[in-house]
Structure formats: structure tokens, C-alpha cells
Design a protein around this ligand. Structure first.
Ligand SMILES: Cc1cc2nc3c(=O)[nH]c(=O)nc-3n(C[C@H](O)[C@H](O)[C@H](O)COP(=O)(O)OP(=O)(O)OC[C@H]3O[C@@H](n4cnc5c(N)ncnc54)[C@H](O)[C@@H]3O)c2cc1C
Length: 100
């Protein structure tokens, strides 16, 4: 097993949000694109993605702001799905930090 290695990278933020139903209490920036019901667009569903690259699968219209679970537009609305997306979000955060 290789020795543990820690890498530090400067990053503004890499956040992850959950919640359903979407509510003003969620405290999301207005710049987060949502569908007419208030669910958050992520990945390929993000309209006119900014940032000069396609968003990651769980990334919102705000670069490096992730959303998982029921709050996402088109989510499956099941516990196992929300948990799985959480684990994918962890990997995505590592990729975002590595690219920072
Ligand atoms: C009645 C009912 C029955 C269901 N039965 C099943 C079932 O049998 N099997 C199944 O797989 N799924 C079922 N589901 C769906 C399942 O509960 C959800 O898919 C799952 O809980 C989604 O997880 P989540 O983390 O996305 O959201 P949630 O579980 O809703 O968690 C979001 C959390 O964020 C908190 N939160 C919200 N806003 C803020 C804020 N601003 N600051 C801090 N915290 C905040 C909320 O209080 C909440 O605790 C059921 C749902 C309902 C409503």
C-alpha cells in the first residue's frame, strides 16, 4: 500500500447542497438555475453553462457548487439514490480541487 499523501490546493469553494422540497430556506444563490418547480438544474440539464467547460454531473449553474438528492431537477427521489449521489459528489469535489 502506498504511503498516505496529502495535497493542498487553493480553492475558493467546493460545496455540496441537499434538501427537498426546494425552499427559500435553502439559502442558494439566485444564480443557481432552477426549473419552474424550484428544483436545481445540474450537469447536462444546466442551461447555458458558464465557466468555459461543461458542468460535472452534480454541478449546478454556479461552477463548483454541487447539488445532490431530491433537490436536483430530475432526481429519482429515493434514499439510495441520494446517498449514491453524495458519494459521487465526494469524488467530484476531489476532481474540482485537483483542477483548482
Ligand atoms: C413520505 C415519504 C416517504 C418516502 N418513502 C421512501 C421510501 O420508502 N424509500 C425511499 O427510498 N425513499 C422514500 N422517500 C424519499 C426519500 O425520503 C428521499 O428521496 C431522500 O430523503 C432524499 O434525501 P435528501 O438528502 O436529498 O433530502 P432530505 O432527506 O429531504 O434531506 C434534506 C435535509 O436538509 C435539511 N435542510 C433543508 N434546508 C436546509 C438549510 N437551509 N440548512 C440546513 N439544512 C437544511 C432538511 O431539514 C433535511 O434534513 C420518501 C419521502 C417521503 C416524503
Amino acid at each position: 500500500m502506498p504511503p498516505h499523501r496529502t495535497t493542498r490546493a487553493a480553492a475558493g469553494s467546493a460545496r455540496c447542497g441537499t434538501s427537498s422540497p426546494p425552499s427559500p430556506r435553502a439559502g442558494l444563490p439566485d444564480a443557481v438555475a432552477r426549473d419552474p418547480q424550484g428544483f436545481v438544474y445540474t450537469g447536462d440539464d444546466v442551461p447555458d453553462p458558464p465557466g468555459g467547460r461543461p458542468p460535472h454531473a452534480l454541478e449546478t449553474s454556479v461552477p463548483r457548487l454541487l447539488a445532490v438528492g431530491d433537490v436536483r431537477h430530475g432526481s429519482v427521489k429515493r434514499v439510495a439514490s441520494a446517498v449514491g449521489e453524495g458519494s459521487v459528489a465526494v469524488q467530484t469535489i476531489h476532481r474540482l480541487l485537483a483542477a483548482a
